[in-house]
Design a protein around this ligand. Structure first.
Ligand code: SF4
Length: 334
């Protein structure tokens, strides 16, 4: 199927405009993501109707803590990725460049929306592998979902092009974007990507009014130094706003980093304190058992507004309103 967002060049070459890599492809070449192919000077997407995972998840699993809390979200994954993170938890569907086969089954956007409707969900997530690389499937599905009053969410590495983001943003309601590090060397060495496009896209998402939450997978010895964590927290605070939730997620060995130690709970708790000291109102800890970083507190009076134990959610009073001082809490609640 013809791809969107690319340019035709001389001698049957094309340039893909979908993500910040902007791959230049000769006839017969595939992009870094493994799912876009130059065929005789036309760019094709190989995943316009391919799904590898269809699941009903708690929205907290994305993680989104200020978006329809306690609801289920219909979650769709396809294949390929524009990054090749050495610690990828979904490498079987993301790192398909290695074996060249595209896993999954054929399913069309209208069937996806019908499935979501049959499960009575209020939202759909494009997740599991990087949704940018299955843009065409996502774009059509979000359009149909809008007409069915179902909201759309991306869980992304944030390395899409500005053109991609601008095209998609009107159909998007929320995003959880990874800010994996605040060092270009980390992005280059461990992800095969770049930091600056992610920072730019975070700011663009905010300015376009998409509800935004940020996740950092804290990896011992690689991105967990105090200075780097402070840099991330300061960027979120200064550029995205203190009301932007920051999720700190525990690393467990995976893919090419199975021997790397897991994140100690105490380090996540240190990171939580750094986030709060930097002035962020909502800092959360995920993937581990700890008493810290699960609940939502009112920034005005400090009262607990939402309690969480794992994926169990208990909203005190009306969602989005402090049960004590009645201040409005930032997010999408209805
Ligand atoms: S989506 Fe990104 S990685 Fe894939 S072909 Fe386009 S520019 Fe390259």
């Amino acid at each position: 199927m013809h791809a969107m967002l690319w340019e035709s060049l001389r001698n049957n070459q094309v340039q893909c405009q979908l993500c910040a890599h902007k791959c230049l492809l000769k006839n017969g070449d595939k992009g870094r993501c493994g799912v876009r192919l130059n065929k005789n000077g036309t760019l094709l997407s190989l995943v316009t109707n391919v799904a590898t995972s269809l699941q009903l998840d708690p929205v907290e699993k994305k993680p989104l803590y200020h978006f329809l809390p306690g609801s289920k979200i219909f979650s769709i994954g396809s294949a390929g990725c524009n990054f090749s993170c050495k610690f990828c938890q979904n490498y079987a569907i993301s790192q398909i460049q290695q074996h060249g086969r595209i896993p999954g089954k054929v399913i069309e956007p209208d069937e996806l929306v019908n499935l979501a409707e049959s499960k009575s969900v209020r939202s759909i997530a494009f997740t599991y592998n990087e949704p940018t690389v299955f843009f065409e499937l996502m774009y059509k599905t979000t359009g149909l979902a809008q007409t069915s009053d179902i909201r759309s969410v991306i869980v992304s590495n944030g390395h899409m092009s500005q053109e991609c983001l601008q095209t998609l943003a009107r159909r998007l309601h929320a995003a959880n974007i990874d800010l994996k590090s605040f060092r270009e060397t980390f992005y280059k060495e461990y992800c095969n990507g770049h930091l600056q496009p992610v920072l730019d896209n975070l700011k663009t998402l905010k300015s376009l009014g998409v509800w935004l939450e940020v996740t950092t997978l804290v990896i011992p010895g690689l991105n967990d130094g105090d200075a780097e964590l402070r840099d991330i927290a300061a960027f979120i605070h200064d550029e995205l706003g203190r009301e932007t939730p920051w999720h700190l997620s525990a690393f467990h060995g995976d893919y090419q980093m199975t021997d790397h130690p897991a994140t100690p709970v105490a380090r996540l708790e240190d990171a939580w304190r750094i986030g709060r000291e930097t002035g962020l109102d909502f800092v959360y800890i995920g993937n581990v058992r700890t008493l810290l970083g699960g609940d939502t507190f009112c920034p005005q009076c400090g009262e607990v507004a939402i309690e969480r134990k794992g994926y169990a959610v208990s909203i005190r009073g009306k969602a989005g309103v402090c049960p004590s001082c009645k201040a409005d809490l930032p997010g999408i609640w209805q």
